[in-house]
Write a protein that binds this ligand. Structure first.
Ligand code: GAP
Length: 447
């Protein structure tokens, strides 16, 4: 990517997101609600594609992992057992002059106070990040519930149910995608850090002696997943956590990081959670959550390896990584900047665009509409008959559509269309009867 593209890459991608319907400011007509974002038609499809590719790779293609979809509200004892009630906090300071709140570990010593001079800070105190609410109509201590701050606990409390109903033996995993909520002190950077977000998490249960090997293997597997879906390797790295940054339940952790426009940031953490969660839930619930191994006739408390990724962060990283600008010559021979998203075909929210060459020719429209209808059964398809064909190509480049199919007068004679490739901008004639085969190969490739 050219240097000048990189410079304001963040602003360009955020502007594109709003312009083309990937992500809008939340509650926009009311002036927005700080740090809340709504995914539009293209963004919701892109995000769904990210989740589908994860689910396919983790649940569908493996025989050792099953999926669940647990409730967001959980029994309040869950959060006592998990340690979140006591330990899930960030260090908070207030400034007495400007009344703003900061995360103490993120505030630089020479930060200027908007009220002038240096901040006048309070003592650091722990601020619990869980959102609290009331369940039911009577407000009292027993009606107090929390919005889950991680989807993981929905998996741990279902460990015995899932193991009994599926009869899985160690090692096996349980996967889940769902919303989580954290009252972050400093939400920022678009969808990177928000208070409501989606996670895709795996809890992979192993015998204690299998934990180190499984940990290594998951770090590799998850790093490769981002690469296979098109993220440039130079923009990805692994970072091992220092002892003092480990979560209260973790023995070790690696982050998969992406080089965002502002620097390296976490996409996913792969942690060794030991037997912390199952042991604590056994204690707090009084239910024995150990695994009975029929081969050895012994009970084992499984250890857990947890790859935990953020759907919104991954979606944004795929967008940023795919963004590019190059120059293309217009129909009038003018050089123009072409914005293109080189999204992986499996992620593209529109995979195929069907474009009749001219709008005012009913035969072309009819042929194109028929083609669109047939292809919609197999791919993510859009149809557009407005404006010059070159301009339409640009609009589809900008949202990452891998192929545009143009229906022209020759189509009516030879039953072929012009297929134009987003990345090479090359065009070739393909028979309509061969299109399925052609597109299947290019769009639905295995990973
Ligand atoms: N169960 C483990 C866990 O929740 P985490 O590192 O706190 O670990 C996992 O979160 C992933 O969830 C992160 O790597 C990130 O992608 C995503 N995530 C966490 N907090 C987020 C936030 N405030 N906004 C968006 N994504 C977030």
């Amino acid at each position: 990517m050219k240097e000048q593209v990189k410079e304001d890459l963040f602003d360009k991608v955020v502007a594109l997101c709003k312009r083309r319907g990937f992500v809008y400011p939340g509650s926009d007509i009311y002036g927005g609600l700080a740090n809340c974002w709504d995914y539009g038609p293209l963004g919701s499809q892109l995000k769904k594609n990210v989740k589908d590719m994860w689910w396919r790779n983790i649940v569908q293609e493996r025989d050792d992992i099953v999926g669940i979809d647990a409730a967001i509200f959980m029994h309040p004892r869950t959060w006592e057992a998990s340690g979140h009630l006591q330990k899930f906090s960030d260090p908070l300071v207030d400034c007495r002059k400007c009344n703003q709140r900061f995360r103490a570990d993120e505030l630089s010593e020479d930060a200027e106070c908007p009220a002038g001079g240096k901040h006048e800070l309070t003592e650091i105190r722990d601020f619990n990040l869980m959102f609290e609410t009331q369940m039911g109509v009577v407000k009292n201590e027993t009606s107090r519930v929390f919005l889950r701050p991680e989807t993981a606990q929905g998996i741990f409390v279902n460990f015995a149910n899932v193991q009994t109903s599926t009869r899985k033996k160690l090692p096996f995993g349980i996967a889940q995608i769902g919303k989580s909520f954290r009252n972050e002190i400093t939400p920022r950077r678009f969808t990177f850090r928000t208070r409501e977000f989606e996670q895709m998490e795996i809890e992979y249960f192993v015998k204690p002696e299998q934990a180190d090997e499984a940990f290594k293997s998951w770090v590799d597997t998850r790093f490769s997943w981002y690469k296979k879906l098109g993220i440039k390797e130079s923009n990805l790295r692994l970072r091992q956590h220092e002892q003092d940054e480990l979560a209260h339940y973790a023995k070790g952790c690696f982050d998969v990081e992406y080089l965002f426009p502002w620097g390296w940031g976490e996409l996913e953490g792969i942690a060794n959670r030991t037997d912390f969660d199952l042991r604590r839930h056994s204690e707090y619930s009084g239910k024995n959550l150990s695994f009975f191994d029929p081969d050895t006739n012994e009970h084992v408390m499984p250890w857990v390896i947890e790859p935990s990724g953020g759907v919104d962060r991954a979606t944004f990283a795929f967008l940023v990584d795919a963004y590019d600008e190059d120059t293309a010559v217009s129909a009038k021979g003018k050089e123009e900047v072409r914005v293109v998203l080189h999204l992986h075909p499996r992620l593209a929210p529109v995979q195929v665009a069907v474009l009749p060459l001219l709008r005012n020719k009913p035969q072309l429209i009819e042929k194109a509409k028929e083609l669109e209808k047939n292809l919609r059964k197999h791919y993510l398809v859009d149809y557009d008959d407005r404006g010059q064909i070159g301009k339409r190509y640009r609009r589809y480049d900008e949202i990452g559509t891998p192929f545009c199919l143009t229906v022209d007068f020759d189509t009516l004679e030879d039953d072929s269309v012009t297929v134009r490739d987003r990345d090479t901008m090359e065009q070739e004639r393909i028979k309509i009867s061969d299109l399925r085969h052609y597109l299947d190969e290019k769009l639905l490739m295995d990973m």
